[in-house]
Design a protein around this ligand. Sequence first.
Ligand SMILES: [Ca+2]
Length: 238
Amino acid sequence: MAANKFVAMFMMCMIVAAAMNLVVEAGDPNGAGTEVYKKCFADCQNSCQGGETHCEMSCDEKCDEEETRESRNSEKARKSLIGMAKGTYILSILIVFFFSLAIVAHSSCTYNVKLKTGNVERAGTDARILLRLYDKNGNSIDAPSLRRYRDGPDSRDYFEKGQLDKFKIPGRCLKICKMELSHNNGGDHPGWYVDYLEVTVVNDQTGKSSAVKRFNIKRWLAKDAPPYYSTSVVKGKC
Ligand SMILES: [Ca+2]
């Protein structure tokens, strides 16, 4: 959902910056000058000594100059404000741009793993399970003790006969095409019959989920079981 927040923030920055621009543009550059003229003329007439016509003419001339001067000053201030608003506008766009770059650079994912132990005699194991998920470039997400990433209660007995166990592994975002599953051959009856493993990758920033990637295993990971006599398996082609 972070992407939606990002878009909302971006839109808000654009609106605020545009509004600032509009407010400044809408300001009347002559408004201040006209008020100045009126006040100046009134003051001037009050203090003027001489004939009415003489006073009007001299006050008009004097206040006209003052009005022009004031107009020039307010036009300068207006231009400076427009400059600032445009600066803010560009700055807000730059901030949002670099913020989005940072999000992309630090995108993280959660790997939701479902693991099905086969429904055959002594299929379960208490051995320590290791899972590695690979992308086509050989980059991997490693879970050296899968139980540690359990998506369920600690009290549950994982990797038992016929069970579907769930795990959540955090890591950087990769497109998974291969997996390696193995165990340390520890505990009583360590031999383990694995049915299948499924992975779904969820992007933590966008909340978007990949398609389910399923690896059918259907074999023993055991030192004493044919045909492999091995506690590790690699599945998937990249
Ligand atoms: Ca077993």
